[in-house]
Design a protein. Structure first.
Lengths: 152, 692
């Protein structure tokens, strides 16, 4: 899968979140690790699960299910944290499972239809159709809202 | 070469520091000859290094400066106020030139030149005129120059003579990285040099020790200088070589009659320099005496990255060590004497390693304080308020990162103190104060933190004006009642300036706001106290290091949490009868006759309460930096622990109420409580209903 891809193909890692499938660019993924209990942060957004210890660094974990507007995950040992690099910061994404590595040509990416709720649309950059499955490409740069206002 | 250059500039910084220190000591009345020697050596070393790198401007200026210092050292020139002032200015220009040579901003043309003439005039010995040559008025300066050159001509006519110098470098001199050629070049600044090398002692190649010095130079120097001054050229090597200097007018094999020297002390590059014929005939041997034994060196230079890397590793080691202890405690090893003894040793060792590593980074605050004296001089010149700077406790050590980031807040505070605090001399006189204002910076260790106080003996904060301004700018409401302390601290609010005229020095009131955020970013606090007519004191409280702290590990809800030990007063059991409820929200705790607010930490942070609500009877009495106290209700106290501070901002963002995070023995992340934020949030909540 390394050699066969012509220049234009984009490699993505896909994962499952509450029976739906999403993917991120493989270049931004640093590592994939098992779930460890996170320390919750006071006055954090509901989808910020807390922080975990990543070999001495403090890593915030985003619950992807909650971020996508679904019920928060009930993490088990089989859940997975995808560690991604977002604009100079390391962030963990809590997902149900990692599925696949995909190589897609730019034509395979379709813009998110306008009908999608504005929140989902803001960070699902495109949709792709693989073997009849619909997969949303996450735009990592807008996953975490900019320095949010503190809850008073 | 680039590496050596870096070292050179690092050394320059040290020399400049010594120079500044020495001059300030002298300004305060120190007349120890050793102090003058230190100053002289600092300038001399900078000059020497600069000449290696061909930094002409620097060499030239340093040389002029050095000439004056030479006179001072030999006692020919008295250390009066004019000389000290000029030296201080010269030190500033020298620092600027070093910075320029190191790729910094160019020194303005006009800055160095008048000083060079002042220096030259002063060192020419005619103190009567020279003192005033310092005045900026060019006409006056020109006038004063007349007598100077005359007096010098007289001096010179008497002087020129030939000195015979025999100079035989030994092994030790080369080992200390001194080079004979540099000394010969240096000599040429004092007059005309004729040098011949004697290679008689040179053994055959098989008997040659490549590190030994076999060459002897016979130098005849035509100079107007006293032999003792010439001897100073050899100052650094005198003990490591054979040296004879004698007046030998007749023996000197100089063909030409001594040319009359009209020039004032040699400020310009050498008139003539006969290159020492040493290197050529010796050929391959010459390359041999390579200095490679820094055996007498007391310190080494280490790349900061390496130290930081080591600190990171030690931090990891500390975490790992405590993980090990916890794991073993839970296992079958529990209670085995050998194991626990070994663990205790390990604990001691890791702590010691950690302390030693931190000590590498610790530096006295002197480094920053020194820079401030220059600042004071500059602001003094602009504001025309005479001010003296007093420093105290400058040997207090603190982590390098803290030092580096201390400079900006201190600069702001001192500017403010002089610009806004100290009154103009007339007003001071009217108030019965000495005309010269005093700004004091003092550092001390207190309770695991470093406390830095910047105080002035100025007018103090004008509370009425502060209040007016604050109302005008909408910082507070017109009806709000504030204590004096609260009013004083309004000056830290954004966009605040109380000086009647906005000045160039302390800017447009961004100052104190910037100071506060800078200090807070360091994990510090800043407060101000002020007495009308007597001055203000700004107090900075900063952590000693940004990497490790002592904390009390407590359980809040189902989470471990760390309360900084510095904020903790005591911990105690709470009996139900001690608690008074006022309404729904507010609870007070009776503690030895006093009432302190009781805060439910779990509820404030949004951590779920434990199932056993009645069981939570432990409270921590904490105090914030302003002395406010409160009791925090927690589920349990787990023990005291040294924790490594991990930034939350690195991968996330600032979290209100949380100072930072740390990693516990079991590998989980625990949050470190920001007591100040928690208490001030509480106070805000309390204040709201009152204001409404």
């Amino acid at each position: 899968m390394t050699e066969q891809s012509p220049i234009a193909l984009r490699e993505l890692i896909s994962f499952k979140v509450a029976a739906q499938e999403y993917c991120v660019d493989i270049m931004s993924v640093r590592e994939i690790r098992g779930w460890t209990p996170a320390t919750p942060l006071p006055s954090a957004a509901s989808f910020v699960r807390g922080v975990i210890n990543l070999r001495g660094a403090v890593l915030p974990v985003v619950d992807m299910a909650a971020r996508l507007g679904m019920a928060a995950s009930e993490p088990t040992e089989r859940h997975v944290i995808v560690v991604v690099w977002i604009e100079g910061q390391l962030v963990g994404l809590l997902v149900d499972a990692v599925c696949d590595i995909l190589a897609v040509a730019p034509e395979g990416l379709q813009p998110t239809p306008d009908l999608a709720s504005s929140e989902v649309q803001s960070f699902v950059e495109a949709l792709l159709n693989v073997d009849g499955r619909m997969i949303g490409l996450i735009d990592l740069s807008s996953l975490l809202p900019p320095q949010q206002t503190q809850a008073a | 070469m680039a590496g050596i250059r870096v070292v050179f500039f690092e050394e320059c910084d040290e020399h400049l520091g010594e120079l500044e220190n020495g001059l300030i000591a002298i300004q305060e009345g120190d007349r120890d000859p050793e102090t003058i020697n230190i100053i002289f050596r600092a300038v001399h070393s900078i000059k020497g290094g600069a000449s290696i790198f061909g930094l002409e401007a620097l060499v030239g200026f340093a040389h002029t400066f050095e000439n004056l210092l030479t006179k001072v050292r030999s006692g020919e020139k008295a250390l009066d106020e004019a000389v000290i002032k000029t030296c201080l200015k010269a030190a500033d220009v020298l620092a600027d030139l070093v910075r320029e040579a190191n790729g910094g901003a160019a020194v303005e043309d006009g800055k160095a030149d008048p000083l060079v003439s002042t220096l030259t005039a002063l060192s020419s010995g005619s103190s009567a005129g020279a003192e005033e040559a310092e005045e900026e008025d060019p006409e006056l300066a020109a006038l004063q120059f007349q007598p100077v050159s005359v007096s010098f001509a007289e001096l010179d006519v008497a002087a020129p003579k030939t000195l015979a110098i025999r100079f035989k470098p030994g092994l030790a001199m080369y080992a200390k990285a001194n080079d004979a050629i540099l000394i010969l070049q240096e000599l040429s600044r004092y007059g005309e040099v004729k040098a011949a090398v004697n290679t008689d002692a040179l053994p055959l190649l098989d008997g040659l020790d490549p590190r030994e010095g076999y060459l002897t130079w016979h130098i005849s120097l035509l100079t107007t200088q006293h032999p003792s001054l010439v001897r100073e050229v050899f100052e650094f090597v005198e003990n490591d070589c054979e040296l004879e200097i004698s007046e030998a007018e007749t023996i000197a094999p100089i063909a030409a009659p001594p040319p009359p020297v009209i020039e004032a002390p040699p400020t310009a590059p050498p008139v003539s320099f006969a290159p020492a014929p040493a290197p050529a005939p010796v050929g391959p041997v010459e390359a041999a005496p390579v200095p490679n034994q820094p055996q007498t060196q007391g310190s080494i230079r280490v790349d900061l990255d390496r130290v930081d890397r080591m600190i990171d590793l030690v931090s990891e080691l500390v975490i790992n060590q405590s993980i090990l202890v916890q794991r073993l405690a839970g296992e079958r090893f529990n209670g085995q004497a050998e194991v626990s003894a070994a663990l205790e040793d390990l604990d001691k060792l890791t702590r010691e390693i950690q302390d030693s590593v931190m000590a590498i980074r610790a530096q006295p605050v002197k480094a920053v304080f020194q820079r401030m004296s220059r600042l004071v001089r500059e602001v003094e010149a602009v504001t025309r308020k005479p001010v003296r700077l007093v420093t105290e406790g400058d040997a207090t050590e603190v982590d390098r990162t803290v030092i580096e980031r201390l400079s900006d807040p201190l600069t702001h505070m001192i500017r403010n103190a002089i610009d806004h605090g100290i009154e103009p001399p007339e007003k001071r006189a009217a108030a019965g104060k000495p005309a010269m204002g005093t700004v004091k910076i003092a550092a001390a260790h207190r309770g695991g933190r470093i406390i830095i106080e910047v105080s002035d003996d100025g007018a103090g904060i004008n509370r009425e004006r502060v209040r007016e301004k604050a109302v005008e700018r909408g910082v507070i409401g017109a009806e709000d009642r504030l204590t004096d302390e609260e009013t004083d601290n309004l000056i830290f609010a954004a966009g605040f300036s109380t000086a009647d005229q906005v000045s160039d020095i302390s800017g447009r009131g961004v100052g104190m706001d910037v100071v506060r955020s800078g200090v807070q970013a360091l994990g510090g606090r800043i407060t101000v106290t002020s007495v009308q007519g007597q001055g203000s004191t700004f107090t900075l409280s900063l952590p000693l290091t940004l990497a490790v702290m002592d904390g009390m590990l407590v359980q809040v809800g189902d989470q471990g949490m760390v309360v900084p030990l510095t904020a903790l007063v005591e911990s105690f059991q709470v009996a139900p009868g001690d608690v008074t409820r006022l309404g729904v929200e507010t609870t007070f705790l009776h503690l030895r006759g006093a009432n302190v607010p009781l805060l439910d930490l779990g509820a404030m942070l949004g951590y779920p309460r434990g199932e056993d609500e009645d069981g939570r009877h432990v409270a921590l009495l904490v105090e914030d930096d302003s002395g406010q106290r409160a009791a925090l209700l927690v589920n349990d106290i787990l023990g005291q622990q040294q924790v490594v501070i991990k930034s939350l901002e690195a991968n996330y963002r600032e979290v209100p109420g949380v100072a930072a995070a740390t990693i516990l023995g079991d590998g989980r992340v625990a949050l470190i409580l920001d007591v100040n934020a928690i208490l001030s949030r509480r106070r805000r909540v309390c204040a709201e209903p009152k204001a409404a």
